[in-house]
Design a protein around this ligand. Structure first.
Ligand SMILES: Cc1cc2nc3c(=O)[nH]c(=O)nc-3n(C[C@H](O)[C@H](O)[C@H](O)COP(=O)(O)O)c2cc1C
Length: 240
């Protein structure tokens, strides 16, 4: 390892052992109870979005991480802005799976949100579902890696992707990435299976997320605690 004038460590790219601190190299992550929750926000339970999410799940499973894909369905109520969740941590609407998903995510190590593009945006269902999952008192998902997966026929995936990534950065969730903007193309699952670049993007995303989860677990086991997440300051842009 060389240290530059600025004090930054520079590692030889071909020397892996030099890049892994001794304690990390010798410590395996605990045998897995690690799991990732994947949420399909399409009207279709087994459509294109599901096909993309399944490719991500396959890569996670190959890395020894358990996965669970849940489906929002189409009967998701939108947020009423009643603010009850700020006190309880749960939504007052109890019959459309949002509270169950909150509990699943609390126990999960990562989250993948999947949505089709509807008019250059994520589906109405996934936005309603996520608004209610994320407008809670702060903190329950902090430091769990998150990623969005978008399925579209032709266009609008970047705008939808951008919209869904907002949930992660609101909740101090590190965003896992891939080789593109996590989109897969098609009108049917058979189309999606022909989108080789999209499928690769999904697999790489699963591998990157698995690596992040395992690295965080090893770091924690070796005494590297996560950063303190301060309680949110809520000033409505008023200075004092
Ligand atoms: C209401 C509606 C709006 C859509 N808008 C778009 C769009 O703006 N851009 C696009 O490429 N595809 C659009 N589509 C097509 C779907 O995004 C696309 O076929 C997607 O892969 C379907 O995923 P699913 O099978 O999981 O539902 C739209 C579909 C519907 C039903």
């Amino acid at each position: 390892m060389k240290v530059t004038a600025a004090g930054l460590a520079v590692f030889a790219a071909d020397n892996l052992s030099e890049r892994i601190p001794e304690a990390f190299a010798s410590t395996k992550a605990p045998e897995t109870t690690m799991n990732v929750l994947l949420i399909n926000g399409s009207p279709h339970g087994k459509g294109c979005t599901f096909t993309g999410l399944s490719e991500v799940a396959g890569a996670l499973e190959k890395n020894g991480i358990k996965t669970r894909i849940i489906h929002t369905g189409t009967q998701v109520r939108d947020c009423m802005a009643c603010n009850a969740c700020a006190k309880t941590g749960y939504c007052v609407i109890t019959d459309d799976g949002v509270n169950e998903a909150i509990d699943l995510l609390k126990k999960a190590d990562g989250l993948v949100i999947g949505s089709p593009v509807h008019f250059a945006a994520p589906s109405a269902s996934i936005c309603a579902f996520m608004d209610r999952m994320f407008y809670l008192k702060e903190g329950p998902y902090a430091l769990k890696p998150g990623a969005a997966v978008i399925s579209c026929r032709r266009g609008g995936s970047s705008a939808a992707f951008d919209r869904l990534n907002k949930y992660f950065t609101f909740a101090a969730m590190p965003v896992a990435s891939s080789l593109y903007w996590n989109s897969i193309h098609g009108f049917t699952p058979d189309d999606v299976k022909k989108d080789l670049e999209g499928l690769q993007t999904m697999r790489v995303l699963g591998n990157v997320m698995a690596w992040m989860i395992k690295s965080f677990t090893v770091a924690k086991a070796n005494g590297v605690s996560g950063p303190e997440i301060e309680p949110k300051v809520f000033t409505h842009f008023i200075r004092s």
